[in-house]
Design a protein around this ligand. Sequence first.
Ligand SMILES: *Cc1c(COP(=O)(O)O)cnc(C)c1O
Length: 414
Amino acid sequence: MLERINNKVHLDKVSLEEVAKKFGTPCYVYSKSSIVREFIDYKEAFSECTDVKICYSVKANSNINILKTFKELGAGFDIVSLGELERLKLINADPKKIVFSGVAKSDEEILESLKYGILFFNVESQDELENINLLAAKINKVANISLRVNPDIDPKTHPYISTGLKSSKFGIAVDQALEIYKVSKNLKNVNPIGIDAHIGSQILDFQPFSDSLDRLEELFNKLRELSINIEYIDIGGGLGIKYSDDDIIPSKKDFAKRIVTKINKLKCGLVLEPGRSLVGNSGVLLTSVVYEKNNYGKDFLIVDAGMNDILRPSLYDAYHKIEKVSDCTENKKTFDIVGPICETGDVLGRDVQINNPKKGDVLVINSAGAYGHVMSSNYNSKPKAPEVLIDDGKAKLIKKRETITQILENEIIL
Ligand SMILES: *Cc1c(COP(=O)(O)O)cnc(C)c1O
């Protein structure tokens, strides 16, 4: 939990200024207790569901220690690549709680997942379905599958994170899905056990989820008439979190209420794939002030973290609350907070009120636990930031800062 103690921002009672001193900046810091709390909230909210699998979406934050924390809590996982599967193998995750999503699963990804024995693949096209059947036959397995349906629903979030609209590359149109389920019945090495939809991310309204579930329910009933018995409805992830103090966040309990009644009526299992809502508010990015400048009357605060460390503001125009680690209310000035990257879009926050910033002052970029470090890059040959976990009242390094040597390692000088 973030709070000010003696006017300095602490995470779970650990001073973030001290963390910055010890590990340098930029630096990601996560709270284990907050992650645990968010997961337990989910579990409790859905406790009236007879069979629910909460499959954490690994891509939101894939540090192995975060995954281990979820595994210990009984979570399953939603993966989108072989790399994510390898992370889960390292922590001996239960394969029967793993689902595999994504539009471009490679042969290697499919074969490795079949060998590990995952719960099901969320299939995105007939082409993919036939390929999975072929590969499963090769190694004498039957692949459990679910079709990812595109319910054509507007989640009313940023267009770049809307995934359930007609115009997106994701999912299969509802009518077409029915036909592909029929095809799957005649394929020997696939077994349709699920229906899936994931309509987008940072959704702050229940209605799109409810509408999406209605479409899935219609399909579920049609499949039952064809004696295709679906064991799981997977409603994806997408629940939003509080980024701005003005955001009104739906409670997980209210969210669950709408879903659970419908699922229990259908007498099938439920799979959830939350990412952001489990980790987003459990992490921050620390950065230090480098310089201050004024261009034609506009004040800029230049910091050592940039779009290479946190891409969301540049990519989605996303808002992250930014505050000085030791702030006071007087003498505030309005700054655009910008990073070191040579791009005009390298802006972390616009019109941010900061009081008397000086070189080396630490700033806290809030709500950076999801889609933060995982989206970082080496643009401008910048090493990736370290990751620190606050666990048991101590700041523990869980990923070292990358070195320039590591960045250069794979290059071949001709
Ligand atoms: C990204 C993703 C999720 C997680 O979404 P959040 O908005 O972080 O909850 C779940 N399922 C699929 C298929 C995804 O691509």
